[in-house]
Design a protein around this ligand. Structure first.
Ligand SMILES: [Zn+2]
Ligand SMILES: [Zn+2]
Length: 129
């Protein structure tokens, strides 16, 4: 019999796709809208990592917006004067827009990481249906 990595007395329900260890129902969680199976250790580890990266992403977003405003304000001046700097400003602007988009997508994706469900609860619900 396969047993839980943490509870030698309990049979394993599923292996965690992140650390590929076998766990019992009590050690597993379902995370996000897609209800991805994850063990509690990996959830704690990954959500801490995501929280840290989210802070960084908010700072990038803020800086990106500030940069973009500065570029747009100066861009009209440079563009009207047909300055050779206009190309640099366009490239910078495109780069910053891209970075803002990527960071917003990631922040939206990781928002569902706060939504967790107990693995056992879902199993019981499935049995009832
Ligand atoms: Zn795991
Ligand atoms: Zn367990």
């Amino acid at each position: 019999m396969q047993v839980c990595y943490k509870h030698a007395e309990k049979p394993n329900a599923k292996s965690c796709p992140f650390c590929s260890k076998d766990y019992c129902e009590d050690c597993l969680l379902l995370v996000g809208k897609r209800k991805t199976v994850i063990c509690k250790d990996c959830y704690t580890f990954l959500s801490n990592k995501i929280k840290k990266s989210n802070i960084r992403r908010y700072i990038y977003l803020l800086l990106g917006v500030i940069w973009l405003v500065l570029i747009l304000v100066n861009f009209s001046n440079y563009f009207l004067l047909e300055s050779p700097n206009a190309t640099i400003f366009i490239l910078l602007g495109v780069g910053i827009l891209y970075s803002i988009t990527v960071n917003i997508i990631r922040l939206i994706q990781y928002r569902s990481w706060n939504v967790i469900e107990s693995y056992t609860k879902t199993i019981k619900l499935e049995v009832q249906d």
